[in-house]
Design a protein around this ligand. Sequence first.
Ligand code: UDP
Length: 449
Amino acid sequence: MEERQGRRIVLFPSPFQGHIRPMVQLGNLLHTRGFSITIVHTTFNSPDPFLYPHFTFHFLHENISSQSQTDIIAFLKVLNTNCVQPLTDCLTRLISDDHEYPISCLISDAGLTFTGKVANQLKLPRLVLRTGGATSLSVFAAFPFLREKGYLPIQESRLEEQVPEFPHLKVKDLPVIKTTNPEDLFELVNGMIDGTKSSAGVIFNTFQELEDPAIAAISQHFQVPIFPIGPFHKLLPAKPPTQPDQTAAIDWLDKQAPSSVIYVSFGTLAAINEQDFVEIAWGLANSKQPFLWVVRPGLVNGLDWLDLLPDGLIEDLKERGLIVKWAPQLQVLAHPSIAVFWTHNGWNSTLESICEGVPMICMPFFTDQKVNARYARDVWRVGLGFESVKLIEREEIERVIRRAMVGEEGKEIRKRVLEWKEMARVCLGENKGSSFQSLERLVSHILSI
Ligand code: UDP
């Protein structure tokens, strides 16, 4: 296959797990289509090249490891500044390397706003990978308008107001995040939208049927080719977990009754305060349901969770559930014992849950998670949520868990998510599936540029 294409694609992910994973999945997909894959990565948070012997890796010395990541927007600003020269130098070397196949294009993460300029200077065609959904991208594209109308920056007094231009969203659902300098957020979003509009095409980890209106709107307004080819992870054979800490979660799930376990994970970036953490622990304990809870280091503002909980509660939690630092989420969601996913609605988690037919309890923290959660609840109707945007209380947690596990609503969302699961399966079908067809178009497009 590689001989046939004789082309190389350079991938440049944003250095966060929720972005690296889909970019690597895309690399695997394009590799199976005969392209040779080079990954350019920051030294910060770099994946282990030994896990991907079929890729070539190049690392940038961008000097951001010491940068605090508490303010994600401030971090991205530094990233987008510090990487300009190292990426230019790296791509210049790759372009002039006669020992490798010629480069067809660069595919960079939509949030790496500087990559458009660098690629232009080097006359390298650039496509964008949007690792979030199409719906949230269409909301980001409306930021200038939402500012003009006074919805942004968000005012406390307007949180419950409907946004007429996005009939499913209230002001509280708009995809913002706290940052030291709010202007940095608008600058980043503008850069992302401009860089996407000026690209040679946008690849989405979504499927047409799930986000049809947003995909149509983006096609119309962005005037660039659009390729919804997801869900990526379902296009590739699943790898079973091998490390002992990962198999422990699956071994434990094997011992649970079918559709009985609540899986709780808030992704790789979100952090909660001590009070919320304690409320979640009590809520889970009082719900009397088995649970698998991912408490990654850093989830509770850098503290060790065991220090925060009274001994009696820890015993209670251990009796009923399993707490791990990391779970093989794809395998967990596919496990028959899982009943519900209590999630922060990162795009990957939302899509993975839909693909496995697992209903959600939605608790978004920031940016696109808020849009994803609202759509999961009110548009795809595969999730339930909390009403309060600020307080997490054990009584409400118990109530929501009960609604999801035993109530009529729970049955409804379970039925509906299984319908979406089926659609996600059909879209990948050879020849007729929408994502299959988009992938074919993408391959022809890359070969033609
Ligand atoms: N993930 C995982 N195990 C964990 C936590 C997360 O495998 O214990 C994976 C999850 O399957 C998803 C990604 O990490 O693919 C998180 O991406 P998402 O967009 O959901 O959230 P983010 O971390 O970017 O907020």
